[in-house]
Design a protein around this ligand. Structure first.
Ligand SMILES: Cc1cc2nc3c(=O)[nH]c(=O)nc-3n(C[C@H](O)[C@H](O)[C@H](O)COP(=O)(O)OP(=O)(O)OC[C@H]3O[C@@H](n4cnc5c(N)ncnc54)[C@H](O)[C@@H]3O)c2cc1C
Ligand SMILES: *[C@@H]1O[C@H](CO)[C@@H](O)[C@H](O)[C@H]1NC(C)=O
Ligand SMILES: *[C@@H]1O[C@H](CO)[C@@H](O)[C@H](O)[C@H]1NC(C)=O
Ligand SMILES: *[C@@H]1O[C@H](CO)[C@@H](O)[C@H](O)[C@H]1NC(C)=O
Ligand SMILES: *[C@@H]1O[C@H](CO)[C@@H](O)[C@H](O)[C@H]1NC(C)=O
Ligand SMILES: *[C@@H]1O[C@H](CO)[C@@H](O)[C@H](O)[C@H]1NC(C)=O
Ligand SMILES: *[C@@H]1O[C@H](CO)[C@@H](O)[C@H](O)[C@H]1NC(C)=O
Ligand SMILES: *[C@@H]1O[C@H](CO)[C@@H](O)[C@H](O)[C@H]1NC(C)=O
Ligand SMILES: *[C@@H]1O[C@H](CO)[C@@H](O)[C@H](O)[C@H]1NC(C)=O
Length: 655
């Protein structure tokens, strides 16, 4: 049926045209079954999932779809050697990803077929906040729950599309905004979400999006800080239900670099699930501080810092093997021996770029004791002046190298109080592998300095036999869901501590930023490349880090638009630039970075960018995977955006 390679593309386009039934049609027929063609029909067209069905979308299975005249598997797999197509012709035809309402956007039949093929896993999306807005979906009890729990990550995780940084979606359906009128719209939320439980469904979704030129996004928990997990008109792959955890006590990594305990984690496994499983199995796992961040989703792909990073390296340094569905729809196992370039790129080169990771196998380490201290206070509660506060901070920060040498994780936050003075907390300042008696000896000189200044932050000391109880008890509650803030970050290197003058400038620069109203989340952390680790694309700036600093500015719903605009600009071009000026050549952390950083390639990827871009062009020549600040994302832009912030509520087009 297909004569030449070039016709594959035309056929793919024709296929979507043929299937694009106008939205006004009342009924459609699929396999002899009549389905109402209204907004909600897609969810209703479900077939039971066959538990024993093959987990992979094999060529043999695809070849059997004769009834739908999709028997040529070339429709599903893009052939990278497709030399008859002039790249510029494709660019012409597919300059933008297609959007609902476009001639080439798949119509209801196409989505229904897709739903059938996926085993009924397709969801026509509805914003979570719609329960608070007048109309068919209004529900007072649900709305009350949402308003009261919007700042809890659990509220968002169980929804297919909700995101915890709604600014980038356009904040078009915030529960708390309903009281002020307005309507709830999809905004930058995807139009469809595929609730995947198998590799085959992911392959199908990747192939469908590629062949129909529909924007594809990957969404796991919704934690992303840059809007990488959402996109208007998109098909979203929801990986949350891929939750298998497999403990292997004596894993041999291909290539022979590592033999020892490892855990294989499904794409949806969250930090707390990994920590619990590791605790039960007798290990220390490397993951983040927030309970519900997805480990093999954004966290490991972006590098990943952890309470044990000073001791064991970044999250991505633990990865031994990766299962991934690549942009051409193939399912690959990637490790140091198989597809080594991709193995290098996926570990730190950013999520949502190389394909959909279905699982990763990571190293785990022996259990060990954790000792540390916490405080959570204000200058008002301590009855100290601002000047005394900054002297106390200087006494602490100048000791960072000494604590780093002990593999510390010092996780602190400070911000100016609206009524004057500062809020200040450490939750926690702790050292893996250290007994409390030794920890107290380590910090006594600091506490003596503070006492001399009259600074008593009401310290609580602790010692636990392993990471899990220390993490359960001494970390702060997470707050998510505000559309009124932006953040950026910097990996401040050891060099800033080596020269006393530069250290002075470093402290006074950070102080100035906080005095002006920014909050500062800062970590005393090291992330040296652990011995015996395969080289990776993780930002080289991590390897020199002494302080990882996240800075942010907030506003509220009453802030005038001109002030909001100025606040965005201040974050990037004033605060961000001042910190860059004192850390030339260093970088920032892409997972917690400034979306609008004008030199994001250098900031988030350093000298690895060129090689990453080459690999990206090889593996994803059609840009099936795109996310803001992901490798190769400079080739595309989202239409109709303000100059100071890129939201995902626009059309994705080639530059
Ligand atoms: C409260 C909070 C605390 C945090 N604490 C830490 C911390 O301690 N250490 C740290 O390093 N980071 C931390 N982060 C940042 C976190 O690592 C990133 O936000 C990360 O991207 C979250 O990944 P996710 O899969 O949970 O989120 P999502 O928003 O669902 O996804 C994030 C990105 O990963 C992509 N993605 C998800 N799954 C896959 C997949 N299977 N294959 C390919 N791409 C995928 C998405 O497309 C998106 O680009 C924190 C974030 C928050 C909100
Ligand atoms: C499928 O398409 C490819 C590429 O155009 C072609 O080479 C092949 O012969 C086709 N197979 C069938 C069975 O039509
Ligand atoms: C869509 O069709 C279903 C089934 O006929 C019906 O129950 C539902 O009310 C319809 N929805 C809309 C928005 O028309
Ligand atoms: C489920 O899938 C298996 C393997 O493909 C097949 O043998 C079996 O007949 C299927 N069962 C149903 C009810 O379709
Ligand atoms: C494809 O169809 C043939 C003929 O009906 C059948 O024998 C074969 O098992 C099918 N293969 C798959 C993978 O379903
Ligand atoms: C979340 O919001 C609720 C209701 O507004 C509030 O009571 C609670 O303290 C907030 N939680 C956090 C962690 O800020
Ligand atoms: C998604 O799939 C899981 C696993 O099959 C199921 O338990 C859950 O109810 C589904 N969620 C939605 C919103 O469809
Ligand atoms: C706070 O400190 C000031 C100056 O040192 C002192 O005069 C005052 O009594 C203190 N207040 C309390 C409540 O301790
Ligand atoms: C830092 O520099 C300022 C002036 O530039 C000076 O007043 C201060 O004493 C210096 N501090 C240290 C610790 O050198």
């Amino acid at each position: 049926m297909i004569a030449s390679k070039s016709s594959v593309w035309l056929l793919a386009a024709a296929w979507s045209v043929l299937l694009a039934v106008p939205a006004s049609a009342q009924t459609i027929v699929v396999d002899g079954e009549t389905i109402p063609a209204n907004e909600t029909n897609v969810q209703d067209v479900s077939v039971p999932v066959n538990e024993s069905a093959p987990l992979e979308l094999t060529d043999a299975l695809l070849a059997n779809l004769t009834d739908l005249e999709l028997s040529n598997i070339s429709l599903f797999y893009f052939d990278d050697d497709d030399s008859d197509i002039q790249a510029r012709d494709v660019r012409q035809l597919f300059r933008c990803k297609s959007m609902p309402g476009d001639l080439l956007y798949p119509g209801p039949i196409a989505w229904s077929v897709f739903n059938l093929l996926s085993g009924g896993a397709l969801i026509k999306t509805v914003p979570l906040g719609s329960a608070c807005y007048p109309g068919r979906l209004y529900n007072a009890a649900t709305c009350e729950f949402l308003v009261n729990n919007w700042n809890d990550s659990d509220t968002h995780i169980v929804d297919p599309t909700s995101v915890m940084s709604p600014l980038f979606q356009g904040a078009t359906c915030e529960p708390s905004e309903a009281a002020f009128g307005g309507e709830c719209t999809l905004g930058g939320f995807p139009s469809y979400s595929l609730n995947v439980t198998s590799v085959a469904q992911i392959q199908l979704a990747v192939n469908f999006a590629r062949n129909t030129n529909v924007r594809l996004v990957v969404r796991n928990t919704g934690h992303d800080f840059l809007g990488k997990n959402t996109g208007e008109g998109a098909l979203s792959i929801w990986t949350h239900h891929l939750r298998d955890i497999n403990v292997m006590r004596n894993y041999r990594a291909p290539g022979g670099r590592y033999t020892g305990p490892a855990m294989k984690l499904g794409a949806g496994v969250m930090v707390y699930e990994l920590y619990e499983a590791a605790e039960r199995a007798g290990y220390t796992a490397v993951a983040g501080e927030c309970r519900t961040v997805g480990v093999t989703g954004g966290y490991l792909g972006g590098g990943g810092h952890s309470p044990v990073t000073s001791m064991f390296g970044l999250g991505s340094d633990q990865v031994l093997s990766i299962d991934i569905v690549t942009p051409n729809g193939r399912f690959l196992t990637v490790d140091e021996v198989n597809h080594p370039d991709l193995f290098w790129a996926i570990r730190g080169g950013g999520p949502a770029t190389w394909g959909v990771v279905t699982s990763m196998t990571v190293k785990v380490h022996p259990k060990m004791v954790f000792s540390g201290m916490t405080w959570d206070t204000t200058t008002v509660a301590m009855n100290i002046t601002d000047e005394t506060f900054w002297k106390a901070i200087e006494a602490y920060w100048t000791r960072y190298p000494e604590y780093s040498a002990e593999k510390v994780y010092g996780y602190c936050r400070m911000s100016r109080l609206p009524t004057g003075g500062y809020a200040w907390r450490a939750r926690p300042f702790m050292v893996p592998g250290m007994k409390l008696v030794d920890f107290k000896a380590l910090v006594q000189p600091l506490l003596d300095d503070w006492a001399a200044l009259g600074v008593f932050p009401n310290i609580e000391f602790f010692e636990h036999e392993s990471l899990h109880p220390a993490w359960m008890r001494h970390f702060p509650p997470e707050r998510v869901g505000s559309p009124y803030g932006r953040t950026g970050s910097r990996l401040i290197p050891r060099a800033n501590w080596e020269d006393p003058e530069l250290l002075n400038t470093t402290i006074s620069t950070l102080r100035g930023i906080v005095e002006e109203g920014a909050f500062l989340v800062h970590y005393n952390i090291g992330a040296d490349l652990p011995a015996g680790t395969a080289p990776s694309s993780a930002n080289p700036a991590w390897r020199d880090v002494q302080m990882f600093a996240i800075y942010g500015l907030i506003w509220d719903r009453t802030t005038p638009e001109s002030v909001v605009a100025a606040t965005h600009e201040k974050l990037t071009y004033d605060i961000g630039q001042r910190i860059k000026d004192i850390t030339p050549g260093a970088g920032g952390y892409g997972n917690e970075g400034d979306l609008m950083d004008p030199i994001w390639q250098q900031t988030f990827f350093g000298d690895n960018y060129e090689r990453l871009l080459k690999i990206k062009k090889q593996i994803d020549p059609r840009s099936v995977f795109w996310a803001p600040t992901a490798v190769g994302s400079e080739d595309w832009y989202v239409t109709d955006q303000e100059s100071y912030v890129t939201r995902q509520n626009g059309r994705l087009c080639r530059v």
